[in-house]
Design a protein around this ligand. Structure first.
Ligand SMILES: Nc1ncnc2c1ncn2[C@@H]1O[C@H](COP(=O)(O)OP(=O)(O)OP(=O)(O)O)[C@@H](O)[C@H]1O
Length: 251
């Protein structure tokens, strides 16, 4: 809705790291409930933007505003980063334990989160007994246990095989349909972006500023056969062209 506060708003954000030109300025508004893919050349600043949105890092200049409070922001990284000695349930419960949520309530929410990624049967398994895809799902369940309004994912698919990444994309769409969180994810893959996201933000390879925003098909969950359909193919082409333009000046 147009007059609702955006989930995220970055205004004239600049990030300075030693030994390189500043990243930005980045102006970016993400409406509530969108699924946004951050795409751009390697080193353009995708992960940095995600850390800024998460509040893990502060900008050198400009403003970062986020509607969701810190404890309603979920983070998922490329590596699942699970506690190896702990069960899937205990891993999923971790943020709730850290927040001091009472045990019975935390167990209930962890169980619901594991169920929403199809792992209710593996709640007692330790990470060594889970496949890579399942470990990623536990990592996603851990983020979901806090019932995030904003879910941030840094290359969640990068380490997964094609079948597993597609299954995870379906999980994410199902979660979106059930809970309507705003999702922002980093990807290198234009097909994953076009399939999962409702819009893509393309970063300029040289400056890290937003080069273009590409609107993607908005019907969620995706209809059967979407990936191979004309609409998806056209979206991949538009996005590839935008990425090509954003990389045009080189680094
Ligand atoms: N903590 C840091 N200290 C210094 N430089 C950094 C730091 N974090 C990122 N950078 C630099 O900022 C730039 C952007 O990095 P970032 O990881 O955000 O890019 P990216 O688009 O996510 O790249 P990739 O696709 O390769 O993961 C890079 O040049 C990187 O070397």
């Amino acid at each position: 809705m147009a007059d609702e506060a955006p989930a995220v708003a970055l205004r004239r954000v600049l990030i300075r790291y030693p030994g390189r030109a500043p990243i930005g300025p980045v102006d970016l508004t993400i409406p509530d409930g969108e699924i946004v893919a951050l795409v751009g050349a390697s080193g353009s600043g995708k992960s940095t933007l995600l850390r800024l949105i998460a509040g893990l890092e502060a900008p050198s200049e400009g403003e970062v505003a986020r509607a969701a409070p810190r404890d309603r922001v979920g983070l998922v990284f490329q590596a699942p980063t699970l506690m190896p000695w702990a069960s899937a349930r205990t891993n999923a419960r971790l943020p709730l334990d850290l927040m001091g949520v009472p045990r019975a309530e935390a167990d209930r929410r962890a169980a619901a989160a594991l169920a929403s990624v199809g792992l209710e049967d593996r709640a007692d398994a330790t990470p060594a007994r889970l496949s890579g895809g399942m470990a990623m799902r536990v990592s996603l369940a851990r983020a979901l246990a806090a019932e995030p309004r904003l879910l941030l994912l840094d290359e969640p698919f990068a380490a997964l095989d094609t079948v597993t990444r597609r299954a995870l994309a379906e999980d994410l769409h199902r979660i979106w349909v059930e809970r309507r969180p705003t999702m922002v994810f980093v990807t290198h893959d234009v097909e994953d972006a076009a399939h999962l996201a409702t819009r893509a933000v393309v970063l300029d390879a040289t400056t890290g500023a937003v080069a273009e925003t590409v609107e993607l098909p908005s019907a969620l969950p995706r209809p059967d056969g979407f990936r191979n359909g004309d609409e998806a193919r056209a979206a991949v082409e538009r996005l590839s062209a935008a990425l090509g333009r954003a990389m045009g000046s080189g680094r």
